[in-house]
Design a binder for this molecule. Sequence first.
Ligand code: SF4
Length: 376
Amino acid sequence: MAGCYIHIPFCAQKCSYCDFHFSTNHSYKQEMVDALCSELEMRAKDWKAESFETIYFGGGTPSILTNEQLNQLIQQVKKTYSVSADVEISLECNPDDCSLEQLEGWKKLGVNRLSMGIQSFDEQQLKWMNRSHTASESLNAVLNAKQVGFDELSLDLIYGLPNMSLESWAAQLDQIIALNPEHISAYCLTVEEKTALSSWVKEGKIIVSTIDQQSEQFELLVAKLKTAGFEQYEISNFARNAHYSKHNTSYWKGTNYIGIGPSAHGYNQKERYWNQANNKAYLLEIQKGKLPETIETLSHFDQFNELLLIGLRTKWGVSKEKLFQLIQPNSKWTKIVIDYEEQKMLIQTDEIIVLTQEGRLLADAIAADLFLIANS
Ligand code: SF4
């Protein structure tokens, strides 16, 4: 069982907070699609033993592709790899790309899950983020998706924006719940280097929200979505009736995945690779028949820490059996776990370690405390 991630490195415009890899120059989009197909072929020999259960188009903005280009990629995956009959094919899309015609086209190609970047229903916030769509386009996009019959629909929101009041966040949550999606992802705004946001912060034009404000908004998010029948199955991800993202869940459970495209990462338990985050350099290497990748061999310590970091973010927690097959931790480690247990930050059974609601607020810090380092 494995997942296939394909990175589409193009966007209509640059959002003020975004540090993902993409270009706003679309003149060589077809050349890139051909290169992605070549990379799929070049990697095939190493993934012969795997059956792919998910194909995920992320970015960038995958909804910028024409249907012919999207079809070319889907067919290339199916032709080159073993793909299960009920494969989940997810497409990240921006609301301004979601016309009825476009959505019908995606459905015909076999896309069965949409992850829509709504981010906010407030026009001013959307402008501040430099999103390419308006709030009314988002509402239309959701209605169109439902009309076309997309029943696996995930909507993304961002909280922790500067000057975002709790009331405004509550109103956003009410709006998203009223749209009745099966899945919601909500992320806290972070200031990343080399973004417009980071320059504004350095120049003193923006004051970022405080940890207390972010925590308050996170707590409201969890409470409101719980009342509305959503299950928080990962810190930032909520689903109704177990409509989990199969693809992302496989990451969190430590399944192998292949990454295709500039900046994409791949993982196979023992190794991790990442491709060059530069479109032109990526194209040049692929056209020369070379994989534009850097490979890191993962030690047992790396694998132990990776399992902790991702597992603790989920409702399934982290499997002790999987952890201890890699390394038997010392008494110092066991004591840290017991300390967190006494502080009610986590629960441990014979099988798993899982964070409590309080612990989820500090998930990354708790995981970092439990990381094992060679010779420590
Ligand atoms: S659309 Fe997505 S990937 Fe593109 S700039 Fe905006 S946030 Fe980044």
